[in-house]
Design a binder for this molecule. Structure first.
Ligand code: PMP
Ligand code: GLN
Length: 381
């Protein structure tokens, strides 16, 4: 039988590939972005408590009311606008599902969606499965800044959506107020929607603020903002997150969400709702990761890896041109197989061939893991 693939050029994600290779070769895995430590004990106790309750049947389609209320309170405190939990907050099976569902709900065949490369790998296939076309804006090292006039040049009468991601995976850059102002000017008087991937909202360093689209009423009125409990509570395996959008967009979002997942894991929603009553849990996250970032960067001192700026996320991009002139995919493979440290090659986040001699390390790891990786990286030459 002949099968016409809906994603003919797709292959297994780089994160799966690198993690499998790392485990086969006993490498310290600084590739795929996940912590090697557990969620806080209090949260785990709440999960245990709610597992014993009558919490095991379907949650409401949009998510548990108490959790949506807790999220609305948090958002109001952080970004100055408290969304209506009933009409503007939806609990999702992680950010990946939220992004996929939002794109499926809003992108029509032939629509163009502007993405910023290097781009998180789920955006493009999600767009293509909806019959849309991803239009990449290419960001360049070392700063990966965005020239908004060049973005404007990519806009056509088919542009339906623009996907932003701040703090940005994989580069560790952030959008600042000036970027948001220019973005606003770009989309004003157009029908362009914004899908804003904000899963690293709490990981912004050096006293800067996270520029959520929710802070900007005019921008928010055409935006969907996506978040992940996985990043905030060291629980990537729970696959829980949420999307916040004005009611007219939430209505469209939920039309698809209900056929996509209907509702998501109930027990963990009860636990998270109770846990979120204490806001210190997320406010301390930035300092927690800043310590890890500083440690990892100091460990790179004695190596041939040159770290680029890291203003947000738990990723550190490094230039390895003093060590090797190999293509990054080959270099990353050799790093795993010979030196037993896993990193993600940067070129996989671009749609066009690139050879920037950059790799991405994840520093969401225990101190001893980072020390161990540092020891091995010092021997790479
Ligand atoms: N967006 C970005 C930028 C990410 O880095 C990730 C994952 N790590 C996701 C979305 C997906 O998050 P989740 O695991 O909640 O699906
Ligand atoms: N977001 C994580 C990363 O960038 C991985 C998520 C995944 O494996 N799907 O490493």
């Amino acid at each position: 039988m002949e099968l016409k693939s809906k994603l003919a050029s797709a292959h297994t994600t780089i994160f799966t590939e690198v993690s499998a290779l790392a485990s086969r070769h006993g490498a310290v895995n600084l590739g795929q972005g996940f912590p090697d430590f557990d969620p806080p004990d209090t949260l785990l106790s709440l999960v245990a408590k709610h597992t014993k309750g009558h919490t095991h049947q379907y949650a409401p389609m949009a998510g548990l009311t108490s959790l949506r209320e807790a999220i609305a309170n948090k958002v109001g405190t952080l970004y100055g606008y408290g969304p209506d939990p009933e009409a503007e907050v939806t609990i999702t099976a992680g950010a990946t599902q939220a992004l996929f569902t939002a794109i499926t709900a809003l992108v029509h065949p032939g629509d163009e969606v502007i993405i910023f490369e290097p781009a998180y790998d789920s955006y493009r296939p999600s767009i293509e499965l909806s019959g849309g076309k991803a239009i990449p804006y290419r960001m360049e090292p070392p700063g990966f800044e965005i020239d908004w006039r060049r973005v404007a040049a990519l806009v056509t009468n088919r542009t339906r959506m623009l996907i932003i991601n701040t703090p940005h995976n994989p580069t560790g850059t952030i959008l600042r107020a000036g970027d948001i102002e220019q973005l606003l000017l770009l989309v004003r008087n157009t029908d362009i929607l914004i899908l804003s991937d904000e899963v690293y909202e709490h990981l912004v360093y050096d006293g800067e603020n996270h520029q959520s689209v929710i802070r900007y009423p005019e921008l928010y009125s055409r935006s969907l903002a996506v978040f992940s409990f996985g990043k905030t509570y060291h629980a990537t395996g729970w696959k829980l997150g949420y999307v916040i959008a004005p009611s007219w967009l939430t209505t469209e979002y939920r039309k698809v969400h209900q056929w996509n997942v209907f509702s998501v894991n109930s027990v963990f929603q009860y636990a998270l709702a109770e846990y979120m009553e204490d806001k210190d849990h997320y406010l301390s996250l930035c300092d927690f990761y800043k310590t890890k970032k500083d440690l990892f960067r100091s460990l790179l001192d004695g190596t041939g890896f040159r770290p680029l700026g890291c203003h947000g996320t738990f990723f550190q991009v490094c230039d390895y041109c003093d060590i090797s002139d190999k293509q990054d995919t080959d270099f990353a493979r050799e790093l795993i197989v010979r030196h037993k440290v896993a990193a993600i090659p940067m070129s996989v986040f671009y749609s066009q061939p690139t050879d920037m001699k950059l790799v991405r390390f994840c520093f969401a790891k225990k101190e001893e893991t980072l020390q161990h990786a540092g020891d091995r990286l010092r021997s790479v030459s």
